[in-house]
Ligand binder design. Sequence first.
Ligand code: RIB
Ligand code: CA
Length: 310
Amino acid sequence: MNPILLDCDTGVDDAAAIAYALGLEADLVACTTVAGNIHIDLTTGNTLKVLSLLGAEDVPVFRGASRPLVQPFQDASHVHGGNGLGGAEIGEALAAESDLTAPEAIIAYAEEFDGELTLVATGPLTNIAIALSLRPGIAQQVRKLVLMGGSFFNPGNVTPYAEFNIWADPDAATQVFAADWNEILAIGLDVTHQVAITKKMWELIPDDAEGAVGMMKAISERTFVTRVRSGFFLHDPLAMAVALDESLVTLTPYAVDVVVDGEERGRTVVSDGGNVLVATAVDATGFLQRFCAALGIPYIDDVDGISAAE
Ligand code: RIB
Ligand code: CA
């Protein structure tokens, strides 16, 4: 048993992370949603739609924070499109959101799967911080927290200093990195900027593809055609993949501090002597082959096609 709760701000790569987990038949027991890439109404609706498209409408979805703890809400719709799914229409939700709020659900699932639950966080850490505030013991009650966030030794993607999930709610990130987790892994841009679906790979997907691969074709068109990018970065799928198999990355323990305001807001600063396992290297080819196999995407070795220009 390896129950996973995904806290997400579905967005295009969050959608890909859900598809990867379901493609591997991982034990995705619940999703909680947070404002981030796009408004909470859309991150919640998108999560319901993606689960329905992939035949997993039975996975409960719990709505969470509509804004960061302190900072004003600012989205990333320039990246993810106005609807958060690259403008793609992927069908309607076949289920409604559940009644509990996201922090309540995180606490309830931590209790239900006492010691066994893996939390995967692929959005701003607002819900995780609120759950910790309500029930500090969840840090020890979950098996581990794997978060996509930070840029520990490389430039950011929102500013030269900061990665979006941390920048969006730096106060929540501060509280999460400071908690005494059973195990906490941070998957930052240092490794996620090495893994992407390139345009060459995208072009190999048939236009009439359906299911997960059809969803990938549709939600990444904006990246390649409208934004003329070389790569659709697999930030969130890599975090999900590491939650399922830590051997994909090299992990080094650090203490992590976060700059909460000013020009360097969202910067993640490492120092020795902490418990945060920061991913410092990745088996990029091994992950890309697994991701493509799980979603039915033709894999080619096109690592040279990847640039960090988001
Ligand atoms: O910086 C990338 C992260 O920010 C990803 O999780 C993406 O979905 C956005 O939330
Ligand atoms: Ca995300």
